[in-house]
Design a protein around this ligand. Sequence first.
Ligand SMILES: [Zn+2]
Length: 218
Amino acid sequence: MIGATMLCFRLFGFPIRIHWMFWVLCAFLGLNFLEGGGRTGALIVGATIAIFIVCTLCHELCHAFMRKHHGAPNAEIKLQGVGGYCSGPGKFTPGQAISIALAGPMFHLILSMLLFSLWMAVIPRESMASRLTLRATDLNMILFILHVLPVMPLDGGHIFSMLMASRNPAIVPWIGMVVAMIVSVIGAMTGWYIISLIFSYFAYQNVKMIRNRSYRGF
Ligand SMILES: [Zn+2]
């Protein structure tokens, strides 16, 4: 796995590993935001990719800092072809685990609202700064919505799983599969093929969870 990792470094004491597939994900997402050609188009795509990388790193760092806040400082962050992942040793209460899972998506929501307020208040319309600020606002709102969907292994899936743990845990992968398939179809119909592909993979992961559970008999 280390051989397939292109970039390893530490940020705020947390080890970060970036797999080469993450750059493929960035490239496809950037192309989805392509508007027109020329230098301006290339600049906007490049800026979108840069915003996505920084925001994904910040998302995972929020998980890592929340884990540290709850007494588990040794988190590791991986950026892969289907997004980021923060893991490490630690035992948490259900409430702590929910706050750790929420920390990442909340970063996108808060940043999106702050950027939109900034755009409304001070950024001149029809400028490049205006376009980039709105792009970062949209991107972070999309990332927030996608991450809170009740689909494993997304943050929303983990939160849903913890909320259902004592009620009906078997329903979690079923809901995850259905929601992932719906997002996959919407992605394919709207030209967001990378999102469609990722959510097809998530749907498959949830089908595997359903199969494993029935195999074990619960
Ligand atoms: Zn997350």
